[in-house]
Design a protein around this ligand. Structure first.
Ligand SMILES: [Fe+2]
Length: 129
């Protein structure tokens, strides 16, 4: 199978602020302008294309990122340094906590437009042993 997710649009209230925020928190290169988009590429060649939602209501999406233990420390450190709220669960009921599903670490937080971002150090279903 050769099908790969290549890019997705991230509708944003303020795409410049959202793209800069995302790249900054995740430690990625500065967003690249491409037409009306501000593109940020992650490690598996998927581009997040930040775009102004204009007058549209933003439909909140969920974006999950598999990261190394070291990257988790760095990204989570920047989340906390920016005083961004975080939760152990996608229902956002366990504020200020992280989870340890599948023997790794995971945490949820929102981007400036309200999209729910997640970082995990183990893929779902990857039970130890
Ligand atoms: Fe998720």
């Amino acid at each position: 199978m050769t099908i790969k997710l290549n890019h997705t649009i991230v509708h944003s209230r303020d795409p410049r602020a959202a793209a800069d925020w995302f790249a900054g928190v995740f430690g990625l290169p500065r967003p690249k302008p491409f037409g009306p988009f501000l593109d940020v590429e992650v490690g598996n060649e998927v581009t997040l294309a930040f775009l102004s939602a204009g007058e549209m209501e933003i439909q909140v999406q969920h974006y999950a990122f598999l990261v190394s233990e070291q990257e988790f420390d760095q990204i989570f450190g920047r989340v906390k340094a920016r005083k961004v709220k975080y939760w152990a669960d996608p229902m956002m009921s366990q504020e200020g906590k992280i989870n340890h599903h599948f023997g790794g670490r995971g945490v949820y937080f929102q981007d400036p437009s309200g999209h729910l971002l997640e970082i995990i150090t183990r893929p779902y279903g990857d039970w130890p042993g």
